[in-house]
Every structure is written in structure tokens, then in C-alpha cells.
Design a protein around this ligand. Sequence first.
Ligand code: SF4
Length: 398
Amino acid sequence: MGAAEFTSVLDRAAEGGRITPEEALDLYRSAPLHALGRAADAVRRRRYAGVEHIATYIIERNINYTNACVTACKFCAFYAPPKSDRVWTRDLDDILRRCAETVELGGTQIMFQGGHHPDYGVEYYERHFSAIKEAFPELVIHSLGASEVAHMARISGVGVEEAIRRIHAAGLDSFAGAGAELLPARPRNAIAPLKESGEEWLSIMETAHRLGVESTCTMLMGTGETNAERIEHLRMVRDVQDRTGGFRAFIPYTYQPENNHLRGQTQATLFEYLRLIAVARLFLDNVAHIQGSWLTTGKEVGQLSLHYGADDLGSVMLEENVVSSAGARHRSNRMELIRLIRDAGRVPAQRATTYEHLVVHEDPARDPVDDRVVSHLSSTAIDGGTAHPELRLVDAES
Ligand code: SF4
């Protein structure tokens, strides 16, 4: 593609026209970076006309219920083989205390996240989700993904549709869409050979959407996949979204190199990440929200992503142990995230899981000042996080 063709395709996309996977790959490989970002930003502005000056964040907590996992993904630094002496599990009381802290700090969402434990079937999730909802009906359970559904259905000997219906009835509000990793077969087999196929992952999400359980969708960049495989991941997502409309957001993040079998032999550059954010905004014309990941790429890249098509900067993640175990060391707090968004030229807004604006921080003089709302307050992987199983704010008796 020459300069004139790049301009023509970018203009078409910026005006709302659909681009093909081949065009997306050409843009991703070779379009001038600034032109790519300008077109993606034009699409974002048009989609959010009237509120295009706003960028959102959410306050949430990842609650890791166990690190025991039979799936042994090669990029993962979090799991332990089930018979290992490194295995831990959190009991329901501990989980509920973490929920209580989340509510106390203004969090609205929890991501229940853990390994594929050999004994945890549908019943385990039903028991925990219903207990969480009973104690904290205001908390949105935005958790799990197709991989966990496939695993729990297998353990319980039921179909995925029944598994989804039952955990939804017990309290799951939406799927976080983790486990998408790379959907195309070659890179997926290379990094997660024991996971379900990309087609199966999408098929389970499609079933969930049909049952009224929406989701987000992630993408793991930097484990050795080709540019063409990155765009193929986007194509697979867009095709399902054309049928269901159930993906609320697309969330690419970058592989972290520490403590896993891949040993950091490959990694995505920050420019590759920004280009992917922009191409995702242009190509995924049927997905509303694109999230920039400051957690894995850093705060400055997070800010830049807001100029390359992203409209959301993710979360103040009160607790995170999975990517921080693999080396992600970026921490933040609510006040800083608000400042980062404002310094990027946007008005910050705290959002709900479904992206409604809960609080728009129009006036800096009225910004929240609770300095307890920090990321990683209970991380096992970062110095300064509260080591498991202690809780900083709510003691075991309260
Ligand atoms: S990514 Fe998830 S499924 Fe894979 S090894 Fe880690 S905990 Fe297990």
C-alpha cells in the first residue's frame, strides 16, 4: 500500500467505513503512526460525540481464589501445579472480607480470578457467587471467561450452556473475557496448549451472549505471534460480534516476561501496542469501548492510548496478583489516575461495569481525596502490597 492508499483507507475508516482484515494488516504494519492515531481518534470522537472529552476508569478488585491450575500456560507466572507446595486457596470468609474492603473503598466490581482447580466445578462458583451477592448486592461480579466455563463444565459433567445459566443465576453479571490470549491456533498452541481452541473460546462467549451474559474480550500481545496473527485475532472477534453484539470492550495487554516458561524471549514494543490500539479502534467498528492498559505498558503509554482510539483507562485495581507475578510493576491510585487522564486532555469519569458514568470529575477542586484507593493493596507480588492472607483495612474479626 502506498501513501495515497493509506490515506484513502484511513479516511474511509475515520468516516465510519469498514476496513478489511488485509487493509488492517497493511495499516498495522506500515501506516504512518501519527496518521493511524489521528484516524482512530476521529472514530472515537464520532462514536462518543457529545462526551468525547471524557475518558473513563473503574474501581475494582481482582479476587484470586486459588493459584492451583491444571492448565500450565507457558506465559503464566501465577499458577502452581495442584500437588505443588506452592498451592494456596482462599476460603469464603477471606473472599467476603476482600469484597467488604472493595465496597468500603468505593469499588463497584470484582473480578473473581484463579487457576483451573481440579476440584472446582460449577457448584463451587454457584456457592461463592451467591454468597457474595447475598452479602454485597451492590457489587457487580464481572469475572471469569470461556476457559473457566469449559473447565468447570468438564469437572461437573454438564454442558457449557448449563454452566453459564447456573453461574449467571447464582450472581455472575458478566464475563471478564480473560483467557482469550491469542485466538489463532498456532500462537495459542504455542503458549497455552492445554486451553480450549480459539474457536471454542469464541463459541462459549457466543453462547453466553445469546443467554444475555455480556462480556469484554482481551488479547495478550508479545509472546511471539506474528502481525498477521494479531490481526486474525481481531477478525475472529469482529465476526462473532457481528452476530452477537455482546462484547462491550476490547482490552489488549502485553505479555510480562518474569517467572514463566517463555522467559521473556519475545515481547511487544510499546509502539506495537499503540498501533494495535489504533487498528483495533478502526477495525472493530462494532465494539464500543477500547481500553488502554497502563498496568502492563506504563502510565505514559496509557495516556498516549487515549489519543490512539482508547476511551477507557481500565481500573484502579485494588488487588492484582496475576500479571504482577510476571513482572508488571506499574502501580497507581485513584487520584493519580484522575490526574493522568486530565493531563492527557480529557475529563476523567468513574464508570460502572456497563460503562455508564458514575461520577464525572469536571472540577479538579472537587476531586476525591481518599488516599486509600490504591492499586495492588493486597498484591503478593509487589513490595508494599499487603501479603496474603492479611488485609490492611478490615481485620479478620470485623
Ligand atoms: S493463565 Fe490461567 S489457565 Fe493458564 S496457567 Fe495461568 S491460571 Fe492456569
